[in-house]
Ligand binder design. Structure first.
Ligand code: GLV
Ligand code: MN
Ligand code: MN
Length: 453
Protein backbone atom coordinates (compact mmCIF):
# COMPACT_ATOMS: atom_id res chain seq x y z
CA UNK A 1 0.00 0.00 0.00
CA UNK A 2 1.52 3.36 -0.96
CA UNK A 3 1.18 6.37 1.33
CA UNK A 4 -1.45 7.90 -0.96
CA UNK A 5 -3.59 4.77 -0.79
CA UNK A 6 -3.38 4.83 3.00
CA UNK A 7 -5.73 7.79 3.45
CA UNK A 8 -7.87 6.60 0.56
CA UNK A 9 -8.53 3.35 2.39
CA UNK A 10 -9.74 5.28 5.46
CA UNK A 11 -12.16 7.33 3.38
CA UNK A 12 -13.49 4.26 1.55
CA UNK A 13 -14.08 2.51 4.85
CA UNK A 14 -16.00 5.52 6.20
CA UNK A 15 -18.19 5.31 3.13
CA UNK A 16 -18.78 1.61 3.74
CA UNK A 17 -19.71 2.24 7.39
CA UNK A 18 -22.14 4.93 6.27
CA UNK A 19 -24.73 2.51 4.97
CA UNK A 20 -26.53 -0.79 5.37
CA UNK A 21 -26.02 -2.80 8.51
CA UNK A 22 -24.00 -0.03 10.12
CA UNK A 23 -26.96 2.36 10.28
CA UNK A 24 -30.18 2.05 12.29
CA UNK A 25 -32.20 3.55 9.44
CA UNK A 26 -32.24 2.34 5.86
CA UNK A 27 -31.13 4.98 3.35
CA UNK A 28 -29.38 7.27 5.85
CA UNK A 29 -26.64 7.15 8.51
CA UNK A 30 -28.04 7.09 12.02
CA UNK A 31 -25.78 5.20 14.40
CA UNK A 32 -26.58 5.98 18.01
CA UNK A 33 -24.76 4.76 21.09
CA UNK A 34 -25.33 1.12 22.16
CA UNK A 35 -27.59 0.20 19.25
CA UNK A 36 -27.13 -2.92 17.09
CA UNK A 37 -25.73 -0.65 14.36
CA UNK A 38 -23.07 0.54 16.83
CA UNK A 39 -22.20 -3.08 17.67
CA UNK A 40 -21.91 -4.05 13.99
CA UNK A 41 -19.64 -1.07 13.28
CA UNK A 42 -17.38 -2.10 16.18
CA UNK A 43 -17.21 -5.66 14.85
CA UNK A 44 -16.12 -4.35 11.45
CA UNK A 45 -13.56 -1.97 12.98
CA UNK A 46 -12.18 -4.86 15.03
CA UNK A 47 -11.52 -6.83 11.82
CA UNK A 48 -9.69 -3.88 10.26
CA UNK A 49 -7.70 -3.23 13.44
CA UNK A 50 -6.58 -6.86 13.57
CA UNK A 51 -5.61 -6.78 9.88
CA UNK A 52 -3.51 -3.69 10.61
CA UNK A 53 -1.48 -5.63 13.19
CA UNK A 54 -3.26 -4.68 16.40
CA UNK A 55 -4.57 -6.74 19.29
CA UNK A 56 -8.18 -5.73 19.82
CA UNK A 57 -10.42 -5.50 22.87
CA UNK A 58 -13.63 -3.86 24.01
CA UNK A 59 -13.32 -2.07 27.32
CA UNK A 60 -15.91 -1.84 30.10
CA UNK A 61 -17.40 1.35 28.63
CA UNK A 62 -18.02 0.04 25.07
CA UNK A 63 -14.85 1.58 23.67
CA UNK A 64 -13.13 -0.52 21.02
CA UNK A 65 -9.35 -0.38 21.41
CA UNK A 66 -6.72 -1.74 19.04
CA UNK A 67 -3.16 -1.84 20.37
CA UNK A 68 0.02 -1.89 18.32
CA UNK A 69 2.84 -2.75 20.68
CA UNK A 70 5.98 -0.69 21.14
CA UNK A 71 9.49 -1.96 20.58
CA UNK A 72 9.52 -2.89 24.28
CA UNK A 73 6.72 -4.52 26.25
CA UNK A 74 4.60 -2.60 28.78
CA UNK A 75 5.40 0.74 27.18
CA UNK A 76 2.89 3.58 27.60
CA UNK A 77 0.70 4.36 24.60
CA UNK A 78 -0.11 7.20 22.29
CA UNK A 79 -3.89 7.06 21.85
CA UNK A 80 -5.32 7.99 18.47
CA UNK A 81 -9.03 7.99 17.80
CA UNK A 82 -12.44 9.55 17.58
CA UNK A 83 -16.08 8.43 17.74
CA UNK A 84 -18.08 5.86 15.81
CA UNK A 85 -21.54 7.12 16.80
CA UNK A 86 -23.38 9.60 14.61
CA UNK A 87 -26.10 12.19 14.89
CA UNK A 88 -29.48 11.30 13.33
CA UNK A 89 -29.17 11.37 9.55
CA UNK A 90 -25.54 12.44 9.84
CA UNK A 91 -22.50 12.41 7.59
CA UNK A 92 -20.06 9.55 7.11
CA UNK A 93 -16.84 11.25 8.27
CA UNK A 94 -17.70 13.04 11.53
CA UNK A 95 -15.94 10.68 13.93
CA UNK A 96 -15.19 7.53 11.90
CA UNK A 97 -12.55 9.31 9.81
CA UNK A 98 -10.39 9.91 12.91
CA UNK A 99 -10.57 6.21 13.82
CA UNK A 100 -9.91 4.95 10.32
CA UNK A 101 -7.00 7.33 9.72
CA UNK A 102 -5.54 5.95 12.96
CA UNK A 103 -5.96 2.39 11.67
CA UNK A 104 -4.29 3.36 8.37
CA UNK A 105 -1.41 4.92 10.31
CA UNK A 106 -0.85 1.72 12.28
CA UNK A 107 -1.14 -0.37 9.11
CA UNK A 108 1.61 1.76 7.56
CA UNK A 109 3.87 1.15 10.59
CA UNK A 110 3.04 -2.55 10.57
CA UNK A 111 3.73 -3.00 6.87
CA UNK A 112 7.06 -1.22 7.28
CA UNK A 113 7.87 -3.47 10.26
CA UNK A 114 8.34 -0.39 12.44
CA UNK A 115 7.94 -0.33 16.20
CA UNK A 116 7.98 2.90 18.20
CA UNK A 117 9.29 3.60 21.70
CA UNK A 118 5.61 3.79 22.76
CA UNK A 119 2.62 1.68 21.81
CA UNK A 120 -0.08 3.12 19.56
CA UNK A 121 -3.69 2.46 20.50
CA UNK A 122 -6.54 3.30 18.16
CA UNK A 123 -9.76 4.02 20.06
CA UNK A 124 -13.34 4.06 18.76
CA UNK A 125 -15.42 5.96 21.32
CA UNK A 126 -19.15 5.32 21.25
CA UNK A 127 -20.99 8.35 22.56
CA UNK A 128 -19.48 11.60 21.40
CA UNK A 129 -22.65 12.98 19.88
CA UNK A 130 -25.00 12.27 22.76
CA UNK A 131 -27.62 11.53 20.10
CA UNK A 132 -29.36 8.86 22.15
CA UNK A 133 -29.08 10.03 25.77
CA UNK A 134 -29.22 13.67 26.87
CA UNK A 135 -25.53 13.87 27.80
CA UNK A 136 -22.53 13.00 25.65
CA UNK A 137 -19.00 11.60 25.71
CA UNK A 138 -19.70 8.94 28.32
CA UNK A 139 -17.18 6.60 26.65
CA UNK A 140 -14.27 9.04 26.61
CA UNK A 141 -15.20 10.27 30.10
CA UNK A 142 -15.06 6.67 31.34
CA UNK A 143 -11.67 6.15 29.73
CA UNK A 144 -10.36 9.46 31.10
CA UNK A 145 -11.62 8.47 34.57
CA UNK A 146 -13.97 11.46 34.93
CA UNK A 147 -17.34 9.74 34.52
CA UNK A 148 -19.92 10.00 37.31
CA UNK A 149 -21.46 6.54 36.82
CA UNK A 150 -24.58 7.10 38.93
CA UNK A 151 -25.64 10.21 37.04
CA UNK A 152 -24.82 8.81 33.61
CA UNK A 153 -26.28 5.31 34.01
CA UNK A 154 -29.64 6.78 35.09
CA UNK A 155 -30.04 8.87 31.92
CA UNK A 156 -32.99 7.82 29.74
CA UNK A 157 -33.34 7.84 25.97
CA UNK A 158 -36.51 8.95 24.16
CA UNK A 159 -38.02 5.47 24.65
CA UNK A 160 -37.42 5.57 28.41
CA UNK A 161 -34.52 3.08 28.29
CA UNK A 162 -31.84 3.91 30.86
CA UNK A 163 -28.21 3.98 29.86
CA UNK A 164 -27.64 1.13 32.34
CA UNK A 165 -30.29 -0.99 30.57
CA UNK A 166 -28.81 -0.18 27.17
CA UNK A 167 -25.40 -1.19 28.49
CA UNK A 168 -26.72 -4.55 29.63
CA UNK A 169 -28.42 -5.12 26.28
CA UNK A 170 -25.05 -4.40 24.64
CA UNK A 171 -23.53 -7.26 26.65
CA UNK A 172 -21.70 -5.08 29.18
CA UNK A 173 -22.03 -4.83 32.94
CA UNK A 174 -22.97 -1.24 33.87
CA UNK A 175 -21.60 -1.75 37.38
CA UNK A 176 -18.13 -2.10 35.85
CA UNK A 177 -18.16 0.97 33.62
CA UNK A 178 -15.50 2.78 35.67
CA UNK A 179 -13.07 -0.08 35.00
CA UNK A 180 -12.48 1.54 31.60
CA UNK A 181 -10.48 4.32 33.31
CA UNK A 182 -6.85 4.40 32.22
CA UNK A 183 -3.91 5.21 34.43
CA UNK A 184 -2.07 8.42 33.58
CA UNK A 185 1.20 6.50 33.47
CA UNK A 186 -0.21 4.30 30.65
CA UNK A 187 -1.00 7.13 28.26
CA UNK A 188 1.44 9.67 26.85
CA UNK A 189 -0.94 11.67 24.66
CA UNK A 190 -4.17 11.64 22.64
CA UNK A 191 -4.30 12.63 18.97
CA UNK A 192 -7.65 13.15 17.24
CA UNK A 193 -8.04 13.79 13.53
CA UNK A 194 -11.46 15.12 12.52
CA UNK A 195 -13.15 16.92 9.68
CA UNK A 196 -13.22 20.65 10.37
CA UNK A 197 -17.04 20.85 10.25
CA UNK A 198 -16.68 24.51 9.29
CA UNK A 199 -15.72 26.51 6.19
CA UNK A 200 -12.38 28.10 7.16
CA UNK A 201 -9.91 25.63 5.62
CA UNK A 202 -11.81 25.42 2.35
CA UNK A 203 -12.10 29.21 2.14
CA UNK A 204 -8.33 29.50 2.56
CA UNK A 205 -7.61 26.64 0.15
CA UNK A 206 -5.94 24.53 2.86
CA UNK A 207 -6.19 20.77 3.29
CA UNK A 208 -5.27 20.63 6.98
CA UNK A 209 -5.51 22.71 10.11
CA UNK A 210 -4.11 22.42 13.62
CA UNK A 211 -6.57 22.92 16.45
CA UNK A 212 -5.69 25.33 19.25
CA UNK A 213 -8.63 24.75 21.61
CA UNK A 214 -12.15 23.34 21.78
CA UNK A 215 -15.06 25.56 22.81
CA UNK A 216 -16.89 25.25 26.13
CA UNK A 217 -20.44 23.92 25.92
CA UNK A 218 -23.53 23.36 28.04
CA UNK A 219 -26.56 21.20 27.29
CA UNK A 220 -29.84 22.14 28.95
CA UNK A 221 -33.42 20.92 28.81
CA UNK A 222 -36.20 23.47 29.12
CA UNK A 223 -39.78 22.54 29.96
CA UNK A 224 -42.62 25.05 29.77
CA UNK A 225 -45.84 23.78 31.29
CA UNK A 226 -49.34 25.12 30.68
CA UNK A 227 -52.75 23.48 30.37
CA UNK A 228 -53.67 21.05 27.63
CA UNK A 229 -56.98 21.87 26.01
CA UNK A 230 -59.23 21.70 22.98
CA UNK A 231 -57.83 23.49 19.94
CA UNK A 232 -61.27 24.42 18.66
CA UNK A 233 -63.11 25.54 21.77
CA UNK A 234 -60.59 27.44 23.89
CA UNK A 235 -60.50 31.15 22.95
CA UNK A 236 -57.03 32.56 22.36
CA UNK A 237 -57.18 34.84 25.40
CA UNK A 238 -58.15 32.02 27.75
CA UNK A 239 -55.36 29.60 26.89
CA UNK A 240 -52.32 28.56 28.87
CA UNK A 241 -50.38 27.50 25.78
CA UNK A 242 -46.65 26.77 26.23
CA UNK A 243 -46.11 26.70 22.44
CA UNK A 244 -45.84 30.44 21.75
CA UNK A 245 -43.87 30.81 25.00
CA UNK A 246 -41.33 28.29 23.71
CA UNK A 247 -41.11 30.25 20.44
CA UNK A 248 -40.40 33.43 22.42
CA UNK A 249 -37.71 31.61 24.39
CA UNK A 250 -36.02 30.54 21.16
CA UNK A 251 -36.01 34.11 19.93
CA UNK A 252 -34.52 35.27 23.24
CA UNK A 253 -31.74 32.69 22.88
CA UNK A 254 -31.05 33.87 19.34
CA UNK A 255 -30.97 37.53 20.39
CA UNK A 256 -28.64 36.93 23.36
CA UNK A 257 -26.21 34.84 21.30
CA UNK A 258 -26.25 37.22 18.34
CA UNK A 259 -25.22 40.02 20.69
CA UNK A 260 -22.50 37.90 22.31
CA UNK A 261 -18.74 37.77 21.91
CA UNK A 262 -16.19 34.92 22.00
CA UNK A 263 -18.00 32.94 19.29
CA UNK A 264 -21.08 32.54 21.50
CA UNK A 265 -23.66 30.30 19.80
CA UNK A 266 -26.98 28.86 20.92
CA UNK A 267 -29.12 26.16 19.32
CA UNK A 268 -32.49 24.58 19.92
CA UNK A 269 -32.05 21.28 18.11
CA UNK A 270 -35.05 19.40 19.48
CA UNK A 271 -38.52 20.50 20.50
CA UNK A 272 -41.48 18.39 21.53
CA UNK A 273 -45.04 19.51 22.16
CA UNK A 274 -46.94 17.17 24.46
CA UNK A 275 -49.11 15.26 24.02
CA UNK A 276 -48.52 16.20 20.35
CA UNK A 277 -51.65 16.39 18.20
CA UNK A 278 -53.18 18.76 15.62
CA UNK A 279 -56.23 19.43 17.74
CA UNK A 280 -54.73 19.67 21.23
CA UNK A 281 -53.25 22.79 22.83
CA UNK A 282 -50.06 21.31 24.28
CA UNK A 283 -49.91 20.84 28.02
CA UNK A 284 -46.13 21.18 27.89
CA UNK A 285 -43.34 21.94 25.46
CA UNK A 286 -39.88 20.60 26.06
CA UNK A 287 -36.81 21.69 24.14
CA UNK A 288 -33.05 21.28 24.19
CA UNK A 289 -30.60 24.18 24.35
CA UNK A 290 -26.96 23.82 23.34
CA UNK A 291 -24.92 26.92 24.27
CA UNK A 292 -21.22 27.29 23.46
CA UNK A 293 -18.46 29.87 23.56
CA UNK A 294 -14.68 30.01 23.48
CA UNK A 295 -14.65 30.30 27.27
CA UNK A 296 -16.84 29.07 30.12
CA UNK A 297 -17.40 32.59 31.52
CA UNK A 298 -19.09 33.85 28.34
CA UNK A 299 -21.05 30.60 27.98
CA UNK A 300 -22.23 30.78 31.59
CA UNK A 301 -23.25 34.43 31.35
CA UNK A 302 -25.37 33.54 28.31
CA UNK A 303 -26.94 30.57 30.09
CA UNK A 304 -27.84 32.83 33.01
CA UNK A 305 -29.32 35.51 30.77
CA UNK A 306 -31.37 33.01 28.75
CA UNK A 307 -32.59 31.25 31.89
CA UNK A 308 -33.77 34.57 33.36
CA UNK A 309 -35.60 35.37 30.09
CA UNK A 310 -37.28 31.96 30.03
CA UNK A 311 -38.62 32.40 33.57
CA UNK A 312 -39.80 35.94 32.76
CA UNK A 313 -41.57 34.82 29.56
CA UNK A 314 -43.30 31.96 31.37
CA UNK A 315 -44.35 34.16 34.30
CA UNK A 316 -45.78 36.82 31.99
CA UNK A 317 -47.91 34.12 30.30
CA UNK A 318 -48.99 32.42 33.54
CA UNK A 319 -46.96 29.28 32.79
CA UNK A 320 -44.40 27.26 34.72
CA UNK A 321 -40.84 26.81 33.45
CA UNK A 322 -37.89 24.66 34.43
CA UNK A 323 -34.35 24.76 33.02
CA UNK A 324 -32.24 21.69 33.77
CA UNK A 325 -28.52 21.46 33.12
CA UNK A 326 -27.71 18.09 31.52
CA UNK A 327 -24.02 18.55 30.81
CA UNK A 328 -21.24 21.12 31.12
CA UNK A 329 -17.90 20.79 29.38
CA UNK A 330 -15.22 23.43 29.89
CA UNK A 331 -13.17 24.84 27.05
CA UNK A 332 -10.20 22.62 26.36
CA UNK A 333 -6.93 24.02 25.05
CA UNK A 334 -4.81 21.55 23.09
CA UNK A 335 -1.34 20.93 24.51
CA UNK A 336 1.04 23.66 23.24
CA UNK A 337 4.01 21.27 22.87
CA UNK A 338 2.04 18.68 20.90
CA UNK A 339 0.42 21.40 18.82
CA UNK A 340 3.86 22.66 17.82
CA UNK A 341 4.88 19.10 16.83
CA UNK A 342 1.73 18.69 14.75
CA UNK A 343 2.28 22.05 13.12
CA UNK A 344 5.84 21.03 12.22
CA UNK A 345 4.55 17.74 10.75
CA UNK A 346 2.06 19.63 8.57
CA UNK A 347 4.82 22.06 7.58
CA UNK A 348 7.08 19.15 6.56
CA UNK A 349 4.48 18.30 3.89
CA UNK A 350 5.02 21.75 2.41
CA UNK A 351 1.63 22.94 3.69
CA UNK A 352 0.90 26.04 5.75
CA UNK A 353 -0.05 24.95 9.28
CA UNK A 354 -3.19 27.01 9.87
CA UNK A 355 -4.12 27.18 13.55
CA UNK A 356 -7.82 27.39 14.35
CA UNK A 357 -10.18 26.80 17.27
CA UNK A 358 -12.93 24.18 17.25
CA UNK A 359 -16.53 25.23 17.87
CA UNK A 360 -17.55 21.56 17.68
CA UNK A 361 -17.09 19.32 20.68
CA UNK A 362 -14.70 16.37 20.46
CA UNK A 363 -13.62 13.46 22.65
CA UNK A 364 -10.24 15.26 22.85
CA UNK A 365 -11.79 17.83 25.21
CA UNK A 366 -12.56 15.07 27.69
CA UNK A 367 -9.30 13.21 27.11
CA UNK A 368 -7.44 16.37 28.15
CA UNK A 369 -8.27 15.43 31.75
CA UNK A 370 -6.13 12.32 31.29
CA UNK A 371 -3.25 13.39 29.05
CA UNK A 372 -2.00 16.11 26.70
CA UNK A 373 -4.05 16.32 23.50
CA UNK A 374 -3.58 17.42 19.90
CA UNK A 375 -6.10 17.72 17.08
CA UNK A 376 -5.72 17.78 13.32
CA UNK A 377 -8.53 19.20 11.18
CA UNK A 378 -9.24 18.04 7.64
CA UNK A 379 -11.03 20.30 5.18
CA UNK A 380 -14.61 19.30 4.37
CA UNK A 381 -16.66 20.49 1.44
CA UNK A 382 -18.59 23.69 2.10
CA UNK A 383 -17.84 23.26 5.80
CA UNK A 384 -20.99 21.12 5.91
CA UNK A 385 -21.34 18.63 8.75
CA UNK A 386 -24.08 16.91 10.78
CA UNK A 387 -25.63 16.47 7.36
CA UNK A 388 -25.53 13.54 4.89
CA UNK A 389 -23.84 15.90 2.41
CA UNK A 390 -20.62 15.82 4.48
CA UNK A 391 -17.70 15.29 2.09
CA UNK A 392 -13.89 15.02 2.14
CA UNK A 393 -11.39 14.21 -0.61
CA UNK A 394 -9.14 11.18 -0.78
CA UNK A 395 -6.15 13.46 -1.35
CA UNK A 396 -6.82 15.39 1.87
CA UNK A 397 -7.22 12.14 3.80
CA UNK A 398 -3.86 10.95 2.45
CA UNK A 399 -2.23 14.20 3.54
CA UNK A 400 -3.80 13.81 6.97
CA UNK A 401 -2.23 10.36 7.52
CA UNK A 402 1.12 11.64 6.34
CA UNK A 403 0.92 14.54 8.80
CA UNK A 404 -0.07 12.12 11.57
CA UNK A 405 2.86 9.84 10.73
CA UNK A 406 5.21 12.86 10.82
CA UNK A 407 3.75 13.84 14.20
CA UNK A 408 4.26 10.31 15.54
CA UNK A 409 7.89 10.33 14.39
CA UNK A 410 8.54 13.65 16.09
CA UNK A 411 6.84 12.48 19.26
CA UNK A 412 8.93 9.29 19.20
CA UNK A 413 12.15 11.35 18.94
CA UNK A 414 11.07 13.55 21.81
CA UNK A 415 9.96 10.58 23.89
CA UNK A 416 13.24 8.71 23.35
CA UNK A 417 15.25 11.80 24.25
CA UNK A 418 13.24 12.31 27.45
CA UNK A 419 13.42 8.64 28.37
CA UNK A 420 17.17 8.52 27.94
CA UNK A 421 17.56 11.81 29.86
CA UNK A 422 15.47 10.57 32.74
CA UNK A 423 17.30 7.20 32.74
CA UNK A 424 20.61 9.03 32.85
CA UNK A 425 19.57 11.31 35.69
CA UNK A 426 18.19 8.34 37.63
CA UNK A 427 21.45 6.47 37.09
CA UNK A 428 23.37 9.54 38.24
CA UNK A 429 21.38 9.92 41.43
CA UNK A 430 21.56 6.18 42.14
CA UNK A 431 25.29 6.41 41.63
CA UNK A 432 25.43 9.31 44.11
CA UNK A 433 23.35 7.34 46.66
CA UNK A 434 25.23 4.08 46.19
CA UNK A 435 28.41 4.41 44.15
CA UNK A 436 28.94 1.34 41.93
CA UNK A 437 25.31 0.10 42.17
CA UNK A 438 24.28 1.09 38.64
CA UNK A 439 27.29 -0.63 37.14
CA UNK A 440 26.12 -3.87 38.79
CA UNK A 441 22.95 -3.90 36.64
CA UNK A 442 23.98 -3.21 33.07
CA UNK A 443 21.17 -2.43 30.66
CA UNK A 444 18.60 -1.69 33.38
CA UNK A 445 16.22 1.11 32.35
CA UNK A 446 14.09 3.45 34.33
CA UNK A 447 10.39 3.57 33.53
CA UNK A 448 9.64 6.16 30.86
CA UNK A 449 8.37 9.48 32.18
CA UNK A 450 5.06 8.79 30.50
CA UNK A 451 4.51 12.34 29.27
CA UNK A 452 5.99 14.52 26.61
CA UNK A 453 6.81 18.06 27.69
C1 GLV B 1 -20.51 17.15 18.30
O1 GLV B 1 -20.39 17.12 17.11
C2 GLV B 1 -20.78 18.38 18.99
O2 GLV B 1 -20.05 19.36 18.75
O3 GLV B 1 -21.74 18.42 19.76
MN1 MN C 1 -20.64 15.49 15.43
MN1 MN D 1 -17.35 14.48 15.78
Amino acid sequence: MSEFEIGTQAKRRCDLLGTGPFSEVEGQLTRRFLTPAHARALDQLAVWMAEAGMSVRRDAAANLIGRYEAATSDAPALLIGSHIDSVRNGGRYDGPLGILLGIDLVEALHRAGRRLPFAVEVVAFGDEEGSRFPASMSCSRALAGTLDPEAVLALRDADGVTLAEAFTAFGLDPARITEAARKRSEVIAFLEAHIEQGPVLEAEDLALGVVTAIAAQKRLIVKITGTAGHAGTTPMNLRKDPGPAAAECMLALERICQAGTDNLVGTVGRMTALPGAFNVIPGAVEFSMDIRAENSATRDAAVEAVTAEIHAIAARRGLAASVTLMQALSESPCDPGLTTLLEAAVGDLGLPARRLPSGAGHDAMVMADLCPTAMLFIRCEGGISHNPAESVTEADCALAVRAMLGFVDKLADQFSRQTSLSSRSERDSAERRDPGATRAAPGSRSAPSGRPG
